[in-house]
Design a protein around this ligand. Structure first.
Ligand code: HEM
Ligand code: MTE
Ligand code: MO
Length: 485
C-alpha cells in the first residue's frame, strides 16, 4: 500500500511527482537519464551509475524494478545500500498502477543459475557471486588442488564456451583488430609452464577490521590465496604476432587492458605485460588440466607478481592503450588510501594496486607429544626433546621478489626465531610462488600470541600493526599475523 505520508511528500516536493509504470518503462529508450523503482518509490540513478561498485551491470535494471535483482545480488540487502538509493528519490508510482498496494514484480533472469558445482570444503564468504576461500589444511601444500583454489567472482561465471570455439579479440593502439581462437593460441605459440601464487588484495581483510577499524568488502581470513602450476602462451608472443612492436613500444602504448566475458575488466602496465622475464601468460591449463570454470575456462590472463585482480578470467578482449582500463575495478576499487581518508575520496588520486607487498600468515599451530618426535626432522632442526608446538604457514611477496627469511615469535613479539623455509620446485623466470615455512617451539615458550613476519629479497618487511596501514577498503592487509595461543 502507498502510505499516505509518502504521497504527501511526493506532492509537496515540487520536483517529486507521481509516475505511471509505462512511463518508467518507456523512459529508458527515450531519455539520457536512468530511472528505476523500488517498493513504490521511483529513483533517477543517473549520477550513481558511474559510482556503482558493481559496474555497468546495474543498467540491466533500468526502466524497471531493482528488487528482483537485489534478491539475486543479496550483497545489497543492507542499510547503507538503501541509504544510497534514497538520495536519488524523484517520486512515487501512481497508485492506479499498484496491485494491492504493490508494484508488479518483474521476472528477471538469474545470471548465477549456470554457475558450476563447487567443493564443499571451500569456506564460502558469499554465494551469489561466489566468493570462497581455500581451507587451511590446503594452504600447506605447495600446489593447491584446483578444486580447492579460492574463488573470487565479482559477477557470475559466464556460460561455458567451448575451448575450441572461444575467441579472443586483440585491438592494437591503431585500432586494428585480430582474432584468435583458443585452438590457434594452443597450436601456434610456444607453451610455457610456471608456478605462481594468486592472492586477492582482500586476503586477511578480517584481521585489519579486527585490529584497526571496520572495512568494507568480503571479510577474508588467510585463505584468499592459492598456488598453481599454470600453462599457456606468452602474451608478449601473441601481441607481437598481432602486430605490436614489443621491443620498442610506441609512445602511446602504456597499458594493456583485459576484458572478461561477463564484464569484469582490468589492466596492467605495458612494460610488465611485455617483459620477456615477466611471465605474463594467456593460460588454458591449471595443474595439467583444462582451467576450471570458476578460474577462467577456457582462457584467462595470468599476471604473476601482481595482485590477482589483474589476472582477468574468461578472457575475451585485449586492448593495447595509452590508458588504464576504464572498469570500475581498475579505477574505483583495488586502491589504498590513508588511515584518515573515507569513502568520499578522489579515486583518481591513488594509483591502482599492481605489484603486491610482502605478506605472510600462520595456517596451523599444532602440538606434537614428545613420544612422537623420533625421526621428526623439525624437532631435530630446533633441538627440541619436550612436547613441541609446530607452527606453519606461507609467505610471499609481489614483483617476483623471493622470500629470504621468515621470523616467528612464540611470545607476542618479545623473542624471535627463524622458520625453516621449505624447498619447493618453482617454475618461471622469477619467484612467483609462495614459500611454505614451519617452525617448532617448546610448549613452555608460548605466551599470548604466536606472531609471524616475512622479509623479501629487497629487505621489505611487513608493518607491525594494522592501524598505521588501515584503509577503508581493507586492501593489502599485511601487518604481522598474530594468533592467540
Ligand atoms: C540503484 C541501485 C543500486 C545501488 C544503490 C547499488 C549499490 C551497490 C553497492 C553500495 C555495492 C557495494 C556493496 C559492498 O561492497 O558491500 C554494490 C555492489 C554490487 N552491485 Fe549494486 N547497486 C544497485 C543496483 C544493482 C543492480 C541492479 C545490480 C545487478 C543487476 C547490481 C550488481 C552489483 C554487483 C554485482 C555488486 C558487487 C560488485 C563487486 O563485488 O565488485 N547492483 N552495489
Ligand atoms: N573476469 C573476471 N576476472 C577476474 C575476476 C572476476 O570477477 N571476473 N576477479 C578477479 C579477482 S579480484 C581475483 S582475486 C582473481 C581470483 O581468481 P580465482 O577466482 O581464480 O581465484 O580473479 C580476478 N579476475
Ligand atoms: Mo581479488
Amino acid at each position: 500500500m502507498v502510505s499516505s505520508q509518502r504521497v504527501a511528500v511526493a506532492e509537496s516536493e515540487p520536483s517529486r511527482r507521481l509516475y505511471r509504470l509505462d512511463e518508467i518503462h518507456r523512459h529508458n529508450s527515450t531519455a539520457d537519464s536512468y530511472w528505476v523503482y523500488y517498493g513504490t518509490s521511483v529513483y533517477d540513478i543517473t549520477d550513481w551509475v558511474p559510482n556503482h561498485p558493481g559496474g555497468e551491470v546495474i543498467l540491466r535494471a533500468v526502466g524497471g524494478n531493482i528488487e528482483p535483482y537485489w534478491n539475486i545480488f543479496t550483497i545489497h540487502k543492507k542499510q547503507e545500500v538503501h541509504d544510497i538509493l534514497e538520495q536519488y528519490l524523484i517520486g512515487e508510482i501512481d497508485p492506479r498502477d499498484l496491485v494491492e498496494g504493490k508494484a508488479p514484480n518483474d521476472e528477471v533472469d538469474d545470471p548465477f543459475k549456470k554457475d558450476p558445482e563447487r567443493s564443499d570444503a571451500l569456506i564460502v564468504r558469499s554465494s551469489r557471486p561466489c566468493n570462497a576461500e581455500t581451507p587451511k589444511d590446503q594452504l600447506e601444500t605447495f600446489i593447491t588442488p584446483s578444486d580447492q583454489h579460492y574463488v573470487r567472482n565479482h559477477l557470475w561465471v559466464p556460460p561455458l564456451q567451448d575451448a575450441e570455439s572461444h575467441r579472443l579479440t586483440i585491438e592494437l593502439n591503431d585500432g586494428t583488430e585480430k582474432e584468435y581462437s583458443v585452438r590457434d593460441l594452443r597450436n601456434n605459440f610456444q607453451h610455457h609452464t610456471i608456478t605462481a601464487t594468486l592472492q586477492c588484495s582482500g586476503n586477511r581483510r578480517a584481521h585489519m577490521s579486527a585490529e584497526a577499524q571496520a572495512t568494507s568488502g568480503l571479510q577474508w581470513d588467510v585463505g584468499a590465496i592459492s598456488n598453481t602450476e599454470w600453462t599457456g602462451v606468452r602474451l608478449r608472443d601473441v601481441l607481437r604476432d598481432a602486430g605490436l612492436q614489443v621491443d620498442e613500444l610506441p609512445e602511446d602504448v602504456k597499458h594493456i587492458q583485459f576484458t572478461g566475458a561477463e564484464a569484469y575488466g582490468a589492466s596492467v602496465p605495458a612494460i610488465k605485460a611485455l617483459d620477456r622475464y615477466g611471465d605474463v601468460l594467456l593460460v588454458f591449463e591449471m595443474n595439467g588440466q583444462p582451467l576450471m570454470p570458476d578460474h577462467g575456462y577456457p582462457l584467462r590472463l595470468l599476471c604473476p607478481g601482481h595482485v590477482a585482480a589483474r589476472s582477468v578470467k574468461w578472457l575475451q578482449k585485449i586492448t593495447v592503450s595509452e590508458d588504464e582500463s576504464w572498469s570500475q575495478w581498475q579505477r574505483r576499487d583495488y586502491k589504498c588510501f590513508g588511515p584518515n581518508q573515507r569513502s568520499d575520496v578522489d579515486w583518481d588520486r591513488a594509483s591502482s594496486i599492481q605489484e603486491t607487498p610482502v605478506q605472510s600468515a600462520i595456517t596451523s599451530i599444532s602440538t606434537i607429544a614428545k613420544d612422537r618426535l623420533a625421526n621428526l626432522r623439525l624437532a631435530q632442526v630446533y633441538g627440541l626433546e619436550e612436547d613441541i608446538v609446530r607452527v606453519a604457514g606461507y609467505a610471499m611477496s609481489g614483483g617476483g621478489r623471493g622470500i629470504i627469511r621468515v621470523d616467528v615469535s612464540p611470545d607476542n613479539g618479545r623473542t624471535w626465531q627463524q622458520a625453516r623455509l621449505i624447498k619447493d620446485e618453482c617454475k618461471g623466470s622469477k619467484s612467483w610462488s609462495w614459500k611454505r615455512w614451519e617452525i617448532a617451539f617448546s610448549k613452555h615458550d608460548l605466551a599470548k600470541c604466536v606472531v609471524v613476519k616475512a622479509i623479501d629479497d629487497s629487505y621489505n618487511c611487513q608493518p607491525e600493526s594494522f592501524p598505521a596501514t588501515y584503509n577503508f577498503k581493507g586492501n593489502l592487509a599485511t601487518a604481522w599475523h598474530r594468533v592467540p595461543v
